[in-house]
Design a protein around this ligand. Sequence first.
Ligand code: ADP
Length: 470
Amino acid sequence: MRRRWFLSAWPLALQLGLAFAVVTGVALGGSGVLLLGQSTARMLEERAASVTAWGQAAAALAAENTGEALTLALYRFHQQSGIRPVVVDGSGLVTADISDASPLLGMELTHPEVAAALGGRVETGTRRLAGGEWVMYGGMPVVRNGQQLGAVLVSADISAVREAQRGLVRQLLLVAGVMEIAVVLLGMLLARQLTRPLVRLRAAVAGLAGGRLETRVEPSGSREVHDVGEGFNRMATELGRLDQQRRAFVADASHELRTPVASIRALADALLTDRRGDIAVYKEHLADIVQECDRAGRLVSRLLELARLDMRSEARGTGAAEPTDLRQVAEEVVHALEPLAAERGVGLALAPGRAVMVHADSHLVETILGNLVENGLKYTPAGGRVDVSLSAAGGMAALTVTDTGIGIASGEQALIFERFYRVDKARARATGGAGLGLAIASEAAMLLGGEISVTSEPGKGSQFTLTLPL
Ligand code: ADP
């Protein structure tokens, strides 16, 4: 058994819905992360630019003022900008803040931005404080007359940036959620659209399996499903045809068997009710009974032969293939049928020639040739001829039976190979045929990988040819 993907047994709607959901989820998630990253980076950049600008303004204040004037200036600056400035000297100790009472005064600031600013560089950095708020720092050198006095550290609350980021995440999740639902619904709708014809097909298959051979579907859906629907209809038609053939066969076989049985019954009845006791009449009736028994026996053995061939062809057998000389088989058949030919006053001969070897079941070849020659003898009036000839060319062997008999109208030529088909029922009955000989022959030919063809002209004669691969 083929291994199945673990979800493959789920209804298609669920599989498609899930696949759509995963694909959209990955796509939306990926682009969301990208978008979020980019927009946050831009907001932080903008903020850093403004923090730097404000920081430089604070550094200018620190360069121009000292003492109380500086504290006041810093206080005003803070009021105006919302940015907290702290001034440090060359060794990082706080020398001024926005208030005289600032606990920071005299303390050493260890922020990396301060260290950078004391080194003459402008630097910003973002950090999260213990209280949870986000802060952006900026360190600026304080320079007067080309000489660095110290540095200014400015800090700005950037919680708003984080808040905006969270808002964006919420929006993205909302959009993604709505799109996921829409996409899953779309997937399920699509799956329903796809499976609707399949569901109808499933019902039709169940109908057919339940014996309703007239079940058909209206092919619909995608090209593939449509084709399956058409295939189903063809299969159902073929099944119906086979079933019809089977019924006809049983009906024909019963009908054919009933005739001799009815005759035997009538003859036996006549014997029972006969009061004259004339032994000659008895003998005549009994001879008729024997003849009818023979007819029924022949029919049964032909039916059996056909059934055996059917079974072999169902089992895809080719029979006991063995090196077979077609000439030898033809000689045997002609020899066996010489008495019948003599009885009917018809000439029978095999054209001389070389041996033709094939790899085939000789019994099947014999059956075919026997039927063809017997037919030639049956349907050729006294004084006519039946000739058998043998040839080999192009990888094929051909056995030809030519007669000068009554011939077959072209409209009938394809039908004579069907079971129980007889061109002239009354005449065939008189010759003892039930219409099975050619059916048996063509079935046997098929088993041998060959075929039988016929050419004929009414009133002039017929030619049957069996071709076999060499
Ligand atoms: P049957 O047992 O009736 O001969 P076949 O299947 O052998 O059945 O042949 C079917 C019908 O084909 C015959 O009833 C006959 O009408 C016709 N047929 C077969 N062979 C010949 C032939 N050589 N010449 C004329 N008609 C033939």
